[in-house]
Design a protein around this ligand. Structure first.
Ligand SMILES: Nc1ncnc2c1ncn2[C@@H]1O[C@H](COP(=O)(O)OP(=O)(O)O)[C@@H](O)[C@H]1O
Ligand SMILES: [Mg+2]
Length: 396
């Protein structure tokens, strides 16, 4: 087919031509905004799932819904090196300026700006994050230096400004698993404050299945304010749509057997569907995409996936980490007991525990339940088995 018209989007965060199978999450988010706008309470959403299932795409969709509902959405991606306080100062400043441009500030917005400035100077005393806030900081608000207190003050102020404008503000955080426990707790506490005040402001997010070590009280508290829906592989019907609809919109059809082959190979994982769709589109010569095209494309798809998706995950791993993951791959795709992986390596659990902890902290593994670990990347076991032999040195 004409490569210039290839409708597939195998890139991180790239909005697909056809957003398949996410109607309920989209609907929940719209409902959340509408309820908060009316002063009702509703649990916010933190979407969790493995890599490549469409979390970032869904956050992008949330952004569009927010625009559509006349809310202000400010998006950010958390990383291990992000300094949370300054990041929040910046987001709040952006949110406020988007809620109402400087020239049209009412008293309410000006009061919120003074609080944002106060928060900003507390976390970044050199004033480098106060652009556009040419107003005196509000003493005694958001300036204790205790993140819990100050963030709640910040949310409350921005929420009041939004409400005065008949709007709402939502902070959208990607890669939430990189937030530390104190930061996540502060965020949860801030949302709690705004729920008590019935203000139209919240945060929603997406991240790997494991949220940062929240336990005990913090956890039950979080569960009263948030839902953590998991998204994953698409059910067959949605997987078929994700594959077929983009081509259909370009006037190209698939043979049923081609669809069956691709859906089976990809197991409904959105990223794999996009990668397969792109490859088979470029390869097909006829008027439609045939079963022969689909089977022929598979080797290219596998090579592309290795280059674009899998290898980038292992590039910063040490040989010991690679050997650990290879041993785990030997046991299959499901969550594996630490002791079983250690046994494949001929070591004890204690000996390999630091390795495992490092892989969790790098985001390559997560622990779905105590004593078990699972790959955060779908079909990673298959990749590791083709990438290296169990008892050979890892590729250089
Ligand atoms: N619902 C969907 N339907 C079809 N394709 C999707 C869907 N969600 C995501 N994709 C595609 O899957 C890939 C991964 O999406 P992304 O949001 O980056 O995943 P994640 O953030 O979970 O790693 C992208 O190529 C995107 O175009
Ligand atoms: Mg993502």
């Amino acid at each position: 087919m004409d490569r210039a018209r290839n409708p597939y989007t195998p890139n991180a965060g790239a909005p697909p031509r056809h957003l398949a199978g996410r109607a309920s999450e989209v609907d929940d988010f719209r409902t959340l905004l509408r309820r908060l706008q009316r002063g009702y309470t509703e649990k916010s959403l933190v979407i969790t799932g493995l890599r490549g299932v469409g979390k970032t795409v869904l956050l992008g969709e949330f952004q569009r819904i927010a625009d559509d509902e006349n809310w202000v959405a400010v998006e950010t991606e958390v990383s291990k090196t992000t300094r949370f306080g300054p990041q929040m100062a910046n987001l709040a400043r952006r949110a406020l300026l988007k809620t109402s441009p400087r020239a049209r500030w009412s008293d309410r917005v000006a009061a919120a700006a003074a609080v944002v400035k106060s928060f900003s100077l507390t976390v970044q005393p050199d004033g480098s994050l106060t652009g556009g806030l040419d107003i005196a900081a509000e003493p005694g608000t958001a300036d204790t230096g205790d993140l819990n207190e100050d963030l709640a003050d910040l949310f409350e102020a921005v929420g009041r400004a939004a409400k005065a404008q008949d709007r709402g503000v939502v902070f959208l955080f990607d890669e939430v698993q990189f937030l530390g426990k104190p930061e996540l707790e502060a965020l949860i506490g801030a949302v709690h404050r705004t729920v008590q005040r019935q203000l139209p402001i919240t945060f929603a997010g997406a991240g790997l299945p494991q949220l940062p070590g929240l336990a005990g009280d913090a956890k039950s508290y979080a569960e009263r304010l948030f839902r953590f829906p998991t998204i994953g592989e698409l059910p067959v019907e949605a997987a078929v749509d994700a594959l077929v609809q983009p081509a259909h919109a370009e006037g190209v059809a698939y043979e049923d057997r081609a669809v069956e082959h691709i859906v089976a190979y990809t197991e409904g994982y959105p990223y794999f569907i996009q990668e397969y769709g792109r490859a088979v589109w470029d390869l097909a010569q006829g008027r439609s995409i045939t079963h022969a095209d689909a089977t022929e494309a598979q080797t290219f798809v596998e090579a592309d996936l290795d280059e674009s998706f899998f290898k980038t995950r292992v590039q910063r791993s040490t040989p010991e980490e690679l050997r650990y993951m290879r041993a785990m791959a030997e046991l299959g795709p499901s969550p594996q007991k630490a002791a079983d992986v250690a046994e494949v390596l001929g070591r004890t659990s204690e000996q390999v525990a630091p390795l495992r902890a490092r892989l969790v902290s790098k985001g390559l593994l997560y622990t779905p339940r105590y004593g078990f670990a699972r790959f955060t990347v779908p079909q990673f076991d298959r990749f590791m088995r083709r990438y290296m032999d169990l008892d050979a040195a890892p590729p250089a």
